[in-house]
Design a protein. Structure first.
Length: 91
C-alpha cells in the first residue's frame, strides 16, 4: 500500500502541475493530460492498482480521449481575428 504511484494525491499533484503548465503555454495540449491525471486519480482512489505499466497506459488512453474531446469542443471557437482581404493602400 506504500507504492507511491498508487496514491491518488500524487496523480492530483501531477494534474495541478500540468494545469500550471497549460496556463504558461495555452493551447489545450497540457489540459488533456491534466484531465487524464485527474481521472486516473479518481480511479486509483476507488481501486488500488499496483501495476505501474497499466496505470501509465490508462493515463495515456484517458489523456488522449480528453485531448480529442477538447479539440472537438473548441473546434468551432473562433480566435476573433479579422482576415483582411483588401489593402487600403492598394488602389
Amino acid at each position: 500500500m506504500a507504492d507511491y504511484l498508487t496514491l491518488w494525491w500524487v496523480w492530483i499533484c501531477i494534474a495541478l502541475g500540468l494545469g500550471v503548465v497549460e496556463l504558461l503555454a495555452p493551447g489545450f495540449i497540457f489540459l488533456g493530460f491534466a484531465i487524464g491525471a485527474v481521472i486516473v486519480a479518481g480511479i486509483v482512489a476507488l481501486i488500488s492498482l499496483n501495476n505501474i505499466p497499466a496505470l501509465l497506459a490508462l493515463f495515456a488512453i484517458l489523456s488522449l480521449a480528453a485531448w480529442i474531446a477538447l479539440k472537438a469542443a473548441f473546434r468551432k471557437q473562433s480566435s476573433g481575428a479579422r482576415i483582411v482581404t483588401r489593402d487600403i493602400n492598394e488602389n
